[in-house]
Design a protein around this ligand. Structure first.
Ligand code: ZN
Ligand code: ZN
Length: 107
């Protein structure tokens, strides 16, 4: 199947957001901004970027919060960053997204 994906425009950042597999009734742009991605004019967020002023750059939630760039891939659902298992759930090392442990997860 073909899924939309967005990558972070910050140099060296490995962040990636994949469209959910379940069909959702929303535009991809709405999904990514809901997930914490930021769309800003490239000239504002990427100093020295040669793009035209109306070109939008995509910043991952980690870079948008000043916690990027994402250097290690993991299982974070919003930035694909490395997450560590804390008591509250799987917590992204980069964007701090917390995915609570499932109650029916026995291990
Ligand atoms: Zn990033
Ligand atoms: Zn993350």
């Amino acid at each position: 199947m073909i899924r939309n994906a967005v990558t972070c425009d910050r140099e060296g950042c490995l962040a990636l957001y994949l469209e959910p597999e379940e069909p959702v009734n929303a535009r991809f742009e709405e999904l990514i901004t809901e997930a914490g991605w930021v769309l800003r004019p490239a000239a504002q967020v990427l100093p020295g970027h040669p793009a035209a002023p109306d070109v939008l750059a995509h910043l991952c939630p980690a870079c948008a919060a000043g916690r990027g760039p994402v250097l290690e891939r993991g299982k974070c659902p919003t930035c694909t960053g490395l997450a560590e298992d804390l008591e509250a759930g799987s917590t992204c090392h980069y964007c701090r997204k917390v995915v609570p442990h499932l109650a029916d997860e026995w291990c």
